[in-house]
Write a protein that binds this ligand. Structure first.
Ligand SMILES: C[S@@+](CC[C@H](N)C(=O)[O-])C[C@H]1O[C@@H](n2cnc3c(N)ncnc32)[C@H](O)[C@@H]1O
Length: 299
């Protein structure tokens, strides 16, 4: 059973520990997301892959310059600034970690982007915005933390204007936990708990389109993008396997939760898929929109 409330202490543990902050600020240059590598490109260029993933999002949002967009779970605002600079969007970001909100505002001020990217404290299950506020919304690798995915999707639907577009990017299991081999589940589940990935216990590749439809969205696309993410998975595993082995032996493993999961989750990678879901809040349902039933059979 999943606690249907915000686990702020857990999220602080995941993102606030010195090891995590060092990793995200120094190594990932403030981005807290994976990368997108095209066929034929080198997997080792992680920063390029991260920029390409942001571009995938911007192209899926497909909104005109000046459109107002919500970033649900903005982290340090790297994605929001990419949307502002490369796609001309006006982005409002929310996050439940005060130190992420502060960092996002500080980095935007430093980049001269405070007029086009603003960040405040907010939980995407109870958004502090009126109905029909945004032309678009996205979640870059954050829905996985949701303590109540149907409620989060309903909130995102509420704050979008009719015709507004939603893009969800992130990892999920290919099948429900109870359909995994006992060994795979025994490896994966403790990580989901430790990383507060409560959403990943509710939705998976098969049922997310249906949850979107139940929230009132028309699903345009449910793209299994795993092949584009796999090079990043492989490179990150190769880069961090050795540091993790050293830290595990000589340090306190609990302080390096993110590093640990990055390395050890590799063993269950065949059960992890990376998806890009694009959906629209009707009334502007496109005639070629894919109905959830056409995407995957319901479970
Ligand atoms: C993996 S990070 C991604 C951050 C950012 N989207 C990026 O790509 O750099 C997940 C973020 O979601 C935030 N988050 C988790 N649960 C949230 C919630 N209920 N409402 C808003 N933000 C949340 C976390 O604090 C964290 O900053």
């Amino acid at each position: 059973m999943i606690a249907q409330e915000l686990d702020l202490a857990g999220l602080r543990r995941v993102y606030g520990r010195a090891g995590s902050r060092l990793f995200y600020t120094r190594v990932a240059r403030n981005a807290r997301h994976w990368g997108w590598t095209e066929p034929g490109q080198s997997k080792w260029r992680l920063w390029r892959a991260q920029r390409q993933l942001e571009d995938v999002l911007g192209r899926r949002l497909a909104l005109p310059p000046g459109a107002e967009v919500l970033d649900a779970g903005a982290g340090a605002g790297v994605v929001a600034r990419a949307m502002a600079v490369r796609f001309g969007l006006a982005v409002t970001g929310v996050d439940v970690l005060d130190f992420h909100v502060d960092e996002a505002n500080r980095l935007s001020a430093r980049a001269g982007l405070s007029d086009r990217t603003t960040f405040s404290w907010g939980d995407y299950h109870r958004l502090p915005f009126r109905d029909d506020t945004f032309d678009g919304a996205y979640s870059m690798e954050t829905l996985v933390h949701s303590y109540d995915p149907p409620r989060a999707l309903a909130e995102l639907h509420r704050v979008l204007r009719p015709g507004g577009r939603l893009v969800l990017l992130g990892p999920m299991s290919t099948v429900p936990l109870d359909e995994m081999t006992p060994d795979a589940r025994a490896l994966l589940e403790p990580y989901l708990d430790a990383m507060v990935m409560t959403g990943a216990k509710v939705y998976h590749a098969r049922n997310l389109p249906h949850l979107l439809a139940e929230a009132g969205f028309a699903v345009e696309e449910a793209l299994d993008a795993t092949p584009y993410y796999t090079p990043t998975t492989e490179a990150v595993h190769a880069y961090f396997r050795l540091p993790w082995a050293v830290l595990r032996r000589f340090g306190d493993p609990a302080r390096w939760l993110n590093l640990r999961s990055t390395v050890e989750m590799y063993a269950v990678r065949e059960y992890v898929a990376w998806y890009v879901h694009t959906a629209v809040k009707p009334d502007a349902v496109r005639p070629d929109a894919v109905t959830p039933a056409a995407v995957e059979p319901p479970r």
